[in-house]
Design a protein around this ligand. Sequence first.
Ligand code: SPD
Length: 384
Amino acid sequence: MSKRKEVKQLVKQLERGGVSRREFVSRALTLGLSLSSVGVLLGACKDKRGTVGSGGETADGPMAELGPIEKKLHLYNWSDYIAEDTVANFEKEFGVEVTYDTYESNEEMVAKLQAGASGYDIVVPTGYITPVLVATSLIEPLSKKHITNGGNLSPLFRKLPFDPDDEYTVPWQWGTTGIAYRTDKIKIPVDSWNVFHDGKYANKLTMMDDGREVIGAELRRRGHSLNSTDPAELAQAKAGCIDAKQNLKAYISAPVKAQLISGDVWISQLWDGDTAQARKEQTHLAFVIPKEGCTIWSDSMCIPRNAPNKRAAHEWINYILRPEVGAALSEATGYGTPNAAAAGVMKEVVPYPTEDQLKRLEYQVDLGRDIATWDQIWTEIKSA
Ligand code: SPD
C-alpha cells in the first residue's frame, strides 16, 4: 500500500475512534510524517468531530487542584536564557531540587518531547511551534488557580495568536533575530541581509543552525514574507541560501558568541539578547535589524503532558512572574520582558518596537502542511 493510502486509512481510523490520539501520532510519525503535518491532521479531525480520540488526555482544567509541591523539578530551556541565581533562589525558597537542561532549537526540544518519557516539567517553545505541541498533545492546559501572578504580564503578551485563550503558555521573554557584527573589523555599516552574499567576508560569516531563520532571512532579502509557502519564492530562497552558504564558516546559533568575541567570526545572524550578552565581553559588537526586516518572536513556558512534577512546575511559572525575578532574568539575558511589573523595576528595559519598527518585523507562524516542504529545502541547503 502507498504511504499516502496508509495515512488516509489512519486518519479514517482516528475519525472513527478506532485509534487513540497518542497511537495516531506514533503511527503517523513512523510513516514518515513530520510532527507539524501530524498536528495539522489532528487539528482537522478535531474540527470535524469537535474532539479527538481518547489518548489518555489529563482532565486538568483551568482550576485543577494539583496536590502538594513535589521535591524535584526538571526544566528544559534554550541555552543562555536565565540569570545566574534564578534557579538557586527557587531551590532555596521552595525546597525543590532543580535539574536544568538546555537546547539550541525548537526542533531539538520537540524531538525530545516526541520521543516520549522526557521527564521534563517545563519547556520554553517559540510561538510558532506551540500550536503543533497543542495539536499533538505534547503539552497540556495550565491550572490558572496556581498562577496568581499572571496580572503582572503586559497586555501585549496576553491572548497571543498561538494561544488565544492563554490556556497553555505563559510568556518567558521576547526578542528579534538580526545581524551581530564586529564594528572594529567592518568599516562600512552593516544594514542588509546582502552582507551574507558578499565574498569579501567569506569564512568570517555565520548564520543560525535553524531552517526557519535562515530561509526566512533570505525570503525577506527578496522582499517576501518569512512565512512564505509560495513554491516559486521558496525555490528562489533555496538558491539564495545555497549561494550565501559558500561564504559561511558554519551554521551555528548561540555558541557563535565565543567566536564573535575572539574575532574568528565578524558577522553572524543572531538574536538581540545573545548579542547583548557577548557585548559584555567584547565592546566592539553591534546588533542591527536589517533594512529588509527580520523575525520578532516570543518564547513561553509550557508544561509537557507527562510532566512528573506539575505542582512544582506551576510554582516555577508563578515565581518567574514575580517582578524582581522577571527583572533579573531580562537584565542578565538582554532580552525583552513580557512582564510589565518587572519592567517597572528594571534600570534599562528593551523597549517593545514602535508601530513603525513593527513594519519591518514579522512573527513566525505555524506553516501547517507546508512545513514538510520547508524541512526538505533546509535538508537540501545543508547538504549542498
Ligand atoms: N539564547 C536564547 C535564545 C532564544 C531564542 N528563542 C527564539 C528563537 C526564534 N527562532
